[in-house]
Design a protein around this ligand. Structure first.
Ligand code: SF4
Ligand code: SF4
Length: 334
């Protein structure tokens, strides 16, 4: 019997999700036994034309990582959607827009200026050149895909069947997902293929998480040595554990927590959380006792919150494009 066909593709991301496939180690041989990899441009020499020549629905499952940042990302996402029975949004950038999604606080002109213009201290660019979609050189014309103003998650562009969250998804989750998808035991469409718990639910520091918190200072992890036994929030360090799905380790604490670092939210929201940033602000507000709790009487909460150097980047580090804010207001991309 012919093996199911599988594709892996990389849109706007750092490449860590591609490494996450390689991180399957020897299990990658099991994957190769189970399936026929028909498209994986990062690892093998495939051309876009190979995909265009396939029949619609010929690929059993496409794993697409990265956000949708350029016209090329968008075209490939649409092409793979047409050619695939199942599309899995793979990793935080594809799932929520991820770190590239923080670009939605600006527009592309501002980004070009800060990368290539006078405001970039390392750029020597007297003629103020910025990347062009078409550029004539002696040998002919060079082209670049159009960069959109707005970074989108994969499901804002094509229909997605399943999500594998994380920056990057853990190999055990990837392997489980491949087995599940190849079996007849398919989960409901739209399922996030990771445990339905929050990071706090499994955290060994949860007992020290305060019901009510009276803080004088928000601490930055770069400037203090956190107590490895105590909940980060109890130490005045922002930890996104209350609004983040568990899954970054097979068991035990989250990956960052085990390394004595607070969670930044890369696995996205657990069930029931729609907007990660809004929920985190509300979680903090409730434990800080903003509703006139005794212990906060003498503390200027606004001043306390002003100590968070980049609140939007902290609370929406991975999820700005799928949040209620989505982006800074501006005209739509054409
Ligand atoms: S807030 Fe962070 S440190 Fe505290 S219990 Fe939750 S995951 Fe653990
Ligand atoms: S602890 Fe949080 S930021 Fe770190 S890997 Fe896990 S989900 Fe991602």
């Amino acid at each position: 019997m012919a093996k199911p066909k599988v594709a892996f593709y990389w849109c706007a991301s750092c490449g860590g999700c591609e490494e996450a496939i390689v991180d399957l180690n020897e299990d990658i041989l099991k994957v190769a036994e189970l399936v026929n990899i028909v498209f994986w441009p990062c690892a093998m020499d495939f051309k876009y034309e190979d995909v265009r020549n396939m029949k619609n629905g010929e690929i059993t499952v496409s794993f697409i990582n990265g956000a949708i940042r350029t016209k090329e990302n968008q075209e490939m996402a649409k092409l793979l959607r047409k050619k695939s029975k199942i599309v899995v949004s793979f990793g935080a950038c594809s799932h929520m827009g991820g770190i590239p999604g923080l670009a939605n606080f600006w527009d592309k002109e501002t980004i070009f200026e800060s990368s290539y213009g006078k405001s970039c201290p390392s750029a020597e660019n007297p003629d103020n050149h910025v990347p062009q979609e078409r550029w004539k050189v002696e040998e002919g014309e060079l082209t670049l895909p159009k960069l959109f103003n707005t970074v989108k998650s994969l499901d804002q562009v094509v229909d997605v069947d399943y999500y594998l969250p994380g920056c990057s998804p853990e190999p055990y989750l990837t392997m489980n997902a491949i087995k599940k998808i190849l079996s007849s035991d398919l989960p409901a469409k739209g399922t996030v293929l990771a445990p339905a718990k929050s990071l706090c639910d499994v955290c060994s520091r949860n007992d020290s998480k305060p019901e009510k918190l009276s803080l004088e200072k928000i601490q930055r992890v770069a400037t203090v040595q956190p107590d490895p036994e105590k909940c980060f929030l109890a130490q005045g360090i922002i930890c996104m554990g209350p609004v983040t799905r568990f899954g970054c380790k097979e068991e035990g604490d989250g990956r960052c927590i085990s390394a004595n670092m607070p969670c930044r939210g890369c696995y996205g929201p657990p069930p029931g959380v729609l907007d990660v940033g809004a929920k985190m602000v509300s979680a903090l507000a409730s434990i800080l006792g903003l509703e006139g709790e005794e212990e906060m009487k003498d503390i200027d909460v606004e001043k306390l919150m002003a100590q968070i150097p980049d609140p939007a980047g902290t609370f929406y580090r991975f999820s700005l494009p799928i949040s209620m804010l989505k982006r800074k207001r501006m005209s739509e991309d054409k």
